[in-house]
Design a protein around this ligand. Structure first.
Ligand SMILES: NC(=O)c1ccc[n+]([C@@H]2O[C@H](COP(=O)([O-])OP(=O)(O)OC[C@H]3O[C@@H](n4cnc5c(N)ncnc54)[C@H](OP(=O)(O)O)[C@@H]3O)[C@@H](O)[C@H]2O)c1
Length: 226
């Protein structure tokens, strides 16, 4: 499948690399490819500059958000939550309409330091804000509740015996995402329901962040026992 991964951070790179390895035709989206390829410093998360990653993944393309989105049959939103609406606006509504939009972002607000708070919660979610802004996109929320490495290699925690949530209004879009998740090794995918259920998935973040503090590692996930 042709997949656009919007985002050059840890998540964008991790998903793009895995999806390419699985045989998909992947283009990563960024604001300004020339600026992204000119980076020489590690990013805020300590990742090597994008060109170093690109050199290791020559099959993965890099393009402005709109070109990347236009090329994808499925689009992944892996941009910072506070910039997601802007990034998707740059991607262009026409390039999202009718497509599955897998949203892995979190509405984190770091303005008061760490741990971040949520800039939308409980009565709304970032996924719903994205759906309202781009009504033609088939938004599915998933993967936001685990660290990037586990998104593509669930077995790195608990042998993969943990749960992955999906939320969305379009059953066909959710089926497409579930198939993609299963191809990456997710074995316990729980369909939470329509997109308003993404409120719950996004509100896991405050718990997830405290668990990371308590456990001293991001390599854990939620397992729903039933
Ligand atoms: N890190 C994790 O393990 C993890 C796990 C689950 C969910 N998430 C969520 O996944 C998303 C991506 O996280 P990340 O750590 O990989 O990267 P990030 O640093 O949160 O986001 C980087 C990307 O966001 C774009 N961006 C930031 N502000 C923008 C703006 N105002 N307008 C347009 N684009 C903007 C950047 O564009 P440029 O390429 O142009 O710089 C870049 O591609 C976040 O929403 C995060 O909360 C992260």
């Amino acid at each position: 499948m042709k997949i656009a991964v919007l985002g050059t951070g840890t998540v964008g790179r991790t998903l793009a690399g895995k999806l390419s390895e699985l045989g998909h035709d992947v283009v990563v989206g960024t604001r300004d490819p020339r600026a992204t390829l000119a980076r020489t410093e590690a990013d805020a998360m300590g990742n090597p500059p994008y060109p170093a990653w690109q050199a290791d993944h020559p099959k993965v393309g890099l393009a402005p958000f709109d070109e990347a989105a236009a090329s994808g049959e499925l689009v992944v939103n892996a941009t910072g939550g506070g910039g997601s609406i802007d990034a998707l606006t740059q991607a262009g509504e026409a390039n999202l309409t009718g497509k599955v939009l897998l949203d892995v972002s979190n509405p984190l607000d770091f303005s008061q330091g760490f741990p971040p708070s949520l800039f939308v919660k409980d009565t709304d979610s970032l996924a719903e804000q994205i759906q309202r802004a781009f009504p033609g996109a088939r938004v599915v929320k998933s993967l936001n509740s685990m660290t990037a490495a586990l998104m593509v290699e669930p077995a790195r925690a608990g042998g993969g015996d943990h749960s992955t949530f999906v939320s969305g209004n379009d059953d066909g879009a959710k089926q497409t995402v579930v198939a993609l998740l299963e191809s990456m090794g997710h074995t316990d995918v729980i369909d939470l329901g329509d997109l308003s259920t993404a409120r719950g998935a996004e509100m896991l973040m405050p718990v997830w962040l405290r668990l990371m503090g308590a456990l001293g590692t991001p390599f854990f996930n939620f397992k729903i026992v039933r």
